[in-house]
Design a protein around this ligand. Structure first.
Ligand SMILES: CC(C)(COP(=O)(O)OP(=O)(O)OC[C@H]1O[C@@H](n2cnc3c(N)ncnc32)[C@H](O)[C@@H]1OP(=O)(O)O)[C@@H](O)C(=O)NCCC(=O)NCCS
Length: 152
């Protein structure tokens, strides 16, 4: 059975989501220890942003997604953001990323957020499937990324 929980309610999942995020997105920018410290701060926050959601298959964590206020330096006009989409390689191709995206959109909509942004290097196809539109290309640390948005 699939369920989705927040690390605010399940801080025991911080080592899992912190390691996923570090391996997929932050390996070149910080140490694993630093990432785990930031992830713990997310779990301790009582604010809507950041929120980190984890998909469980039974009790086993299989994927994650995050809602955050600010994800791209110098572009506060694009806030807030969907970020940190990750599915364990063994569980990919089952629609889990799409389910996580839908869940996060629903959470944001229920909290009165009208529009979300994201940026991605190579997964525009995934977000197109979820109804997101590409709005511009940006450079980050010398690499091109697509910015995408969705009205909720
Ligand atoms: C990208 C990722 C989250 C996809 O997870 P997943 O659970 O396998 O995705 P889903 O099964 O929900 O895919 C849904 C649809 O999106 C498509 N899709 C998935 N990943 C895609 C990608 N990287 N590029 C283009 N399309 C993609 C799938 O083909 C599927 O389409 P279909 O239903 O027409 O076959 C996963 O591969 C991952 O964690 N990658 C490493 C981290 C990463 O790159 N995250 C995204 C960064 S913005």
């Amino acid at each position: 059975m699939i369920s989705i929980v927040s690390i605010a309610d399940r801080p025991d999942l911080v080592p899992v989501t912190g390691k996923w995020r570090w391996e997929a997105f932050f390996k070149d920018e910080m140490s694993l220890d630093e990432m785990l410290r930031l992830e713990q701060e997310c779990a301790s926050s009582s604010e809507l942003m950041p929120t980190v959601l984890v998909m469980l298959e039974g009790e086993y964590p299989v994927g994650m997604i995050a809602l955050c206020l600010d994800d791209l330096e110098g572009r506060p006009d694009l806030n807030p953001w969907l970020a940190g989409v990750y599915v364990d390689p063994r569980y990919r191709g089952n629609g889990y990323a799409l389910r996580l995206i839908e869940e996060l959109e629903g959470l944001a909509r229920n909290q009165g957020i009208k529009r979300l942004s994201l940026y991605t290097g190579n997964a525009t196809g995934l977000y197109h499937r979820a109804g997101w539109a590409m709005t511009e290309t940006v450079q980050r640390k010398g690499r091109p990324y697509s910015v995408m948005q969705k009205n909720l």
